[in-house]
Design a protein around this ligand. Structure first.
Ligand code: GLA
Length: 669
């Protein structure tokens, strides 16, 4: 198993390198990622290349048995390039050109930039494509991150128009599909079509969605340009990956992953200015997204947070135990390698306060010791653990295009896609049900339950899969605002939930968007939630049962007594419809019943304690992760004896796990 650090040799005197390598070896580091921001060093002037610094660094790592992942440096085009070729710069929706001075200052639609990117990639690949120490490549860095996913310049617009021609064939088809008759937007020539720069009101929703699709495909084409160039010169043994972030960007990670050997992910449970980490469920969501990006294939965490992070504002200081906890959580959900960000906090530049294993003084302290413990432990059980199977029972639906459609029209000022996804993902996470995050491309057989949060932008193929899954005995959980739009972001002319109406056994004849501070109430009227009450926030679908059983009703405003949650038996299966943004207090008992009836194994644990099983009868691992910072908890282990491979201690039944405690146990055969 690879465990390493993100290292920036160019930011330290060469006299320091050997001390760094000595300490890395003391830790047991066996891989470094370097060079992803080194363009101005590697091409100090147009067409002149100088790899001497990286030659020296790579040779030093090679001599010390540390392997190297090389980043192509295209996230930071040099100053000379921007001065001579300003057309490479991105343009924001206000028509303002993004300045040189930080990073990601390029548009993937610039032909000039594509050519410079191809050349630097080729030169690096020719130089290091057969270097024994180089095991793989990372293309660029975090495509689309930091608002760089969309660019609204002239070349972007020309390419968008080309893309639309390809997509629609004729203007008539585009005009009809988009409904451009609305507000007199009918296009009579392709070059009349704008990129969605600033308007007084809001652009056509279909244009906006297609622009996001275009931006995502433009990044895929750009990445493929680098991959194709690398493959011309590197040995087959060297992998190609990219380090994604999952923040609702106009990026389609699954599509891009088809051109990568495996995907990587930058895991930051907390960042600049935040007073505390995001929830364990939100971290788990991102890992499930990673694992689902290339159909369950293992991934690298190419940047695992080790120290407090931030630029002008520093975020929460990770407590003793957090490095191990977040490392174990990553591996328990599918990470196969961990590369800690960063080795040492930089003393200059924008990231002076992005802390690492070492701080500015370069001395080994608390974080260094914790990483040492993690690596020592991973030496005991790492490879077997990362090779153990992960088979989920519950699939939770996420389509980036649905996320984009919600970003385009949130419809309530308090709607946030990730929050609402988590609302319907969290009950499964809280009960430690094993989840996958799927989109419309996966098959559903093999799952017991499919949860489909806020299925606003529908895909016919997926809706058909849901119908077949339920008919065959599966359980589907639909939520409010489902069935509204077709893939072109146009509203259905069927009574809601549109094509899902028969499946759910309901109609939604009216609905209400709730704003900040607006709350309706819901009361359980049957089943496991009878008598329970909950806030109803964000949205209320007024449900008219059409065959479905009512499980809960609204208890406020003119639609008090109207159904809010329903259950419909259809075929051999069951379809639930949750018509509002309800609390976990009512969702968990509902999900508990759903899981019990569908045979989904759950593990009840105290709030904030995450338990995950991996493997099979021969080799089964259990990770017990207490995300609580100030309290220990007792966890009832699954049946059998469980051995800590590190301490050789054997546990059975109740086991106490300390605050921020994390332990990996192996089933004692
Ligand atoms: C991102 C980037 C890194 C660095 C870190 C700081 O993940 O990939 O270059 O900026 O954040 O936390």
């Amino acid at each position: 198993m690879y465990i390493g650090v993100d290292y920036y040799p160019e930011q330290w005197p060469k006299t320091r390198w050997s001390e760094d390598v000595r300490m890395m070896k003391e830790l047991g580091i066996n891989v470094v990622r370097i060079a992803e921001f080194g363009w101005s060093l590697m091409e100090p002037e147009e067409g002149k290349y100088d790899f001497s610094l990286y030659d020296e660094a790579i040779d030093l790592f090679h001599k010390n048995g540390i392997d190297v992942v090389l980043g192509t440096p295209t996230a930071t085009p040099p100053a000379w390039m921007v001065k001579k070729y300003p057309e490479i710069l991105p343009v924001d929706e206000n028509g303002v050109t993004i300045s040189f001075g930080a990073r990601r200052h390029y548009t993937v639609n610039s032909a000039t930039y594509q050519e410079f990117s191809r050349k630097i990639t080729a030169e690096m690949a020719k130089r290091y494509g057969s270097h024994t120490a180089v095991i793989g490549w990372q293309t660029d860095n975090e495509y689309g991150h930091e608002k760089s996913d969309r660019s609204y310049g002239d070349e972007d617009r020309a390419r968008f128009q080309d893309w639309l021609k390809e997509e629609y064939g004729t203007l008539e088809k585009l005009n009809e599909t988009w409904g451009t008759v609305f507000w007199s937007q009918t296009y009579t020539e392709w070059d009349q079509i704008p990129v969605p720069r600033k308007v007084y009101q809001e652009h056509n929703p279909s244009l906006l969605l297609d622009f996001d699709r275009f931006c995502a495909e433009a990044y895929n084409r750009y990445n493929r340009l680098q991959v194709d160039e690398l493959k011309k010169h590197i040995e087959e043994r060297q992998f190609i990956t990219h380090n994604f972030v999952y923040t609702g960007l106009a990026l389609n990670q699954k599509e891009m992953a088809k051109d990568l050997d495996f995907i990587s992910f930058d895991n930051y449970p907390v960042w600049g200015g935040l007073p505390e980490p995001i929830t364990p469920a939100n971290i788990a969501r991102q890992h499930d997204l990673c694992r689902g990006t290339k159909s369950g294939k293992g991934y690298w965490v190419m940047e695992e947070l080790s120290g407090a992070q931030g630029w002008g504002r520093i975020g929460y200081l990770p407590r003793p135990g957090h490095i191990q906890l977040w490392t174990y959580q990553a591996i328990s959900r599918g990470a196969e390698a961990i590369v800690y960000f960063r080795w040492r906090a930089a003393r200059f530049g924008t990231e002076e306060f992005c802390h690492g294993i070492l701080d500015h003084d370069g001395k080994p302290k608390r974080k260094f010791e914790e990483v040492k413990r993690v690596i020592d432990n991973m030496k005991v059980f790492g490879d077997e653990w990362i090779e153990s199977d992960y088979k989920a029972d519950v699939a939770v639906y996420h389509d980036p295009e649905n996320d984009w459609a919600w970003q385009i029209q949130p419809q309530s000022e308090v709607f946030n896609y990730v929050d609402e996804f988590l609302r319907f993902y969290e009950p499964a996470h809280a009960m430690n049900a094993k989840t996958d995050i799927i989109s419309d491309v996966e098959e559903l057989d093999g799952y017991k339950v499919v949860v489909v949060p806020v299925y606003f932008l529908t895909k016919n193929g997926f809706t058909d899969k849901l119908k077949q899954f339920a008919a065959a005995g599966g359980t589907v959980v639909l939520t409010y605002r489902s069935g509204v739009k077709d893939r072109f972001n146009v509203v259905t002319d069927q009574t809601l939930p549109g094509d899902l109406s028969e499946l759910a056994g309901i109609e939604v004849n009216e609905y209400e968007s709730l704003q900040s501070g607006q709350i309706n109430r819901v009361e359980g009227t049957a089943g496991p939630i009878e008598g329970m009450t909950s806030d109803a926030a964000v949205w209320c679908d007024l449900i008219d049962p059409a065959g479905a059983e009512v499980l809960a009703e609204y208890s406020d405003t003119f639609y008090s007594g109207t159904a809010a949650i329903t259950k419909n038996r259809t075929g051999k299966g069951t379809v639930y419809y949750i018509g509002s943004g309800l609390d976990q207090e009512i969702l968990r008992p509902l999900y508990r019943e759903i899981f019990a009836q569908s045979g989904v194994p759950v593990l009840e644990t105290p709030e904030g304690v995450e338990v995950l099983r991996r493997g099979d009868r021969e080799t089964e691992f259990l990770s017990v992760l207490n995300h609580n910072t100030d309290s220990a908890y007792t966890v009832e282990l699954p049946e059998g004896e469980w051995k800590d491979p590190v301490t050789e201690e054997v546990y059975q039944g109740p086991m106490e796990v300390g605050a921020l405690g994390s332990i990996v146990l192996r089933k004692k055969s």
